[in-house]
Write a protein that binds this ligand. Structure first.
Ligand SMILES: Nc1nc2c(ncn2[C@@H]2O[C@H](COP(=O)(O)OP(=O)(O)OP(=O)(O)O)[C@@H](O)[C@H]2O)c(=O)[nH]1
Ligand SMILES: [Mg+2]
Length: 399
């Protein structure tokens, strides 16, 4: 049997060396962590020693496959953690990819019970995938990976970032948090760059503001409208189709009164058409809609019948950052039939994790118009910019 020792900064790296030199049939005979000292002993560096062998004479007599032998069955603590790494390496060699989220559209027609089982399986696989990501990186990277997870960035993006950082730092004596941040920002920037990001274009007259109940549609309209009047000197008006609650009409009238702008109330499509005619002399018309449980597709159909989604209109979907990501994805799926280019995320002041914003933009290829960070009108709103989103993502790290 030919035997050789390999040293690398991680077990996966060592496995690469073994495979490259001894081939796929090599057997791992032992593995342990070794600490080497650099710069007169001032800097300690952890690396992994792997002893591998291959029986070249008689392949049928070869020791059990690496899966079984990579970590020898010793009971020391060090080897227990190596076993975890081993499992991770095996998972990497034979990856079990978590199933991608399918849209509700694709899942339609699947019986409820089966759909629930699929959902359970999905979350089980996601948690397995999470453990794998946890184990595949050196300890020094884990606090950074944990930060990404706290920000609720999805596992797919975490793996992309983790792999890049791992490649970058594999030869380094220590891992620098601000460098990790820089690399991560570059990766996320590349992913976000192609998306439409920024506030109102002021090129389309009608601004449709849509979204579930209580997310902050009316308040956000008031903030956008105030900017249009005060900063851009636009002549504006409002149409509300939220006729379900008296208070909703009064709320919009209060803001309109402050801006001295007209409000039209549309109970049906005919009223809406007449309101459009009456406000045709204005530069911009903000259209407030009723918050509904948009998990029910009929409410999206109602919207489509009531208001206009033509090339004179710009449509925004408002989502509150306090909601669960899964619920937000369901809503975006439901709105697929409408031409929504950009999202407005509200209530970012009520959360410390910004990852969901980035996950959804990337997953759905949707731009970002504004994010709002408080109840004060008109000040608590920011026009979106990629750099600001990236800064927000790392804001929690400074706290
Ligand atoms: N903390 C916080 N609260 C907000 C923000 N935006 C809106 N709100 C609050 O959220 C609540 C609901 O706001 P609305 O503007 O009435 O929400 P809506 O989507 O129009 O609600 P419906 O018309 O009932 O569907 C109000 O108390 C707002 O002050 C925000 O950015 N941060
Ligand atoms: Mg409202």
């Amino acid at each position: 049997m030919k035997m050789k020792k390999y040293y690398a900064s991680s077990i996966p790296e060592a496995m690469k060396l073994v495979r490259a030199e001894l081939g796929e049939d090599a057997v791992i005979l032992n593995s342990k962590v070794v600490v080497t000292k650099k710069f007169f002993g001032l800097v300690k560096k952890k690396s992994f020693e792997v002893v591998a062998g291959i029986d070249k004479m008689d392949p049928s007599n070869m020791a059990p496959a690496p899966t079984a032998t990579l970590a020898t069955p010793q009971s020391s603590k060090e080897n227990a953690s190596l076993q975890e790494i081993t499992n991770a390496v095996q998972a990497k060699i034979h990856p079990v990819q978590p199933k991608q989220d399918t849209t509700l559209q694709e899942e339609k027609g699947i019986p409820e019970e089966l759909r629930k089982e699929i959902a359970d399986l999905k979350s089980l696989m996601q948690s397995m995938h999470k453990k794998t990501t946890q184990a595949q990186y050196p300890d020094e990277l884990l606090p950074f990976i944990e930060y990404l997870r706290q920000q609720e960035l999805n596992e797919e993006l975490i793996t992309m970032i983790g792999d890049e950082l791992f490649m970058h730092f594999k030869e380094a004596a220590e891992i620098n948090f601000s460098q990790c941040k820089l690399i991560t920002k570059n990766l996320l920037r590349k992913k976000l760059e192609g998306l439409p990001i920024g506030g109102l274009t002021y090129e389309r007259k009608y601004i449709n503001v849509l979204g579930p109940t209580g997310v902050g549609k009316t308040t956000t309209i008031a903030k956008m409208a105030a900017r249009a009047v005060l900063e851009k000197k636009k002549k504006i008006g409002f149409i509300t189709t939220d006729t379900y609650r008296i208070a909703a009409i009064e709320q919009l009238k209060t803001y309109a009164g402050l801006l001295q702008a007209p409000v039209e109330i549309a109970y049906n499509a005919t009223d809406f058409e007449q309101a459009i005619q009456r406000l045709s002399h204005l530069d911009l018309v903000f259209i407030d809609t009723a918050g509904r449980n948009y998990k029910e597709v009929k409410y999206v159909d109602d919207l489509q019948r009531l208001i206009k989604f033509d090339d004179q209109a710009e449509s925004f979907l408002v989502l509150a950052m306090t909601a669960k990501e899964k619920d937000m994805t369901d809503i975006i799926d439901q709105f697929k039939q409408l031409p929504i280019e950009k999202i407005i995320f509200t209530k970012i002041d009520e959360t410390n994790s910004i990852g969901t914003m980035i996950n959804l933009m990337i997953k759905y290829n949707k731009g970002l118009a504004y994010y709002t960070n408080g109840q004060e009108v008109p000040e608590d709103i920011e026009e979106a910019e990629i750099e600001e989103v990236l800064n927000l993502f790392f804001q929690g790290e400074e706290k």
